[in-house]
Design a protein around this ligand. Structure first.
Ligand code: URA
Length: 197
């Protein structure tokens, strides 16, 4: 694995993605964050700037974090696949599989109290089953990660709120719930409430 700590510095496992990417987009945020957000794959802006969620989806995520009293700098944000797929298509199964060791290593290194999966692709990837995110948004599950496990909170993708306004409340409620469950954000006691669920 070509990985220096949390960052993948060189990877050529996916020929199509090596063609389409300008750079590898690694996760951002503290290496000991309590909360980890996992998206699908970088888009155009992320590919340009080398950071996850800096385009329109990022604006939606930032607003929800702010509303929930969470500082973006305090959380870690990453993607299932670290290279921008051509024409923003969904990552292929084998591309998700190729990038899986990097995601697992990041989760193992962080050992976050909660992983929030943003949308269908990361939710299905980590929970290893088919998921209707609009039905399961706000539900938590245990996911196997390497030799260990993590707690996952399913969320709709922030971009879903741009196409369907009715998803806005679902998204904001889920992010507020994430803050509460992980014991971060406004009114925080520093105490994770995960044990109560
Ligand atoms: N959408 C994602 O899933 N990830 C990003 O980094 C940006 C948009």
């Amino acid at each position: 694995m070509s990985m220096d700590g949390l960052d993948v510095t060189a990877c050529e496992q996916c020929p199509a993605l090596c063609e389409s990417r300008s750079r590898i987009v690694n996760g951002t945020g503290p290496a000991d964050a309590d909360l980890l957000f996992v998206g699908e794959a970088p888009g155009e802006h992320e590919d340009e700037q080398g950071e996850p969620f800096v385009g329109r989806s990022g604006d939606v995520l930032d607003a929800a974090l702010r509303d929930a009293g969470i500082a973006r700098d305090d959380v870690r944000i990453t993607n299932c696949v670290r290279c921008r797929p051509p024409d923003n298509r969904d990552p292929h199964v084998e591309e998700l599989a190729n990038c899986r060791d990097y995601l697992d290593a990041e989760i193992e290194r962080l050992d976050p109290s909660l992983v929030v999966t943003l949308g269908k692709v990361p939710s299905e990837h980590l929970l290893d089953r088919s998921i209707a995110v609009t039905n399961e948004a706000g539900d938590t599950f245990d996911a196997r990660v390497g030799d260990t496990s993590c707690r996952v909170l399913v969320s709709v993708h922030p971009a879903a709120t741009l196409y369907d306004r009715s998803q806005e409340e679902t998204f904001e409620t889920t992010i507020a719930q994430a803050a509460d469950l992980a014991g971060v954000g406004e009114g925080e006691t520093g105490q994770s409430r995960l044990g109560e669920f």
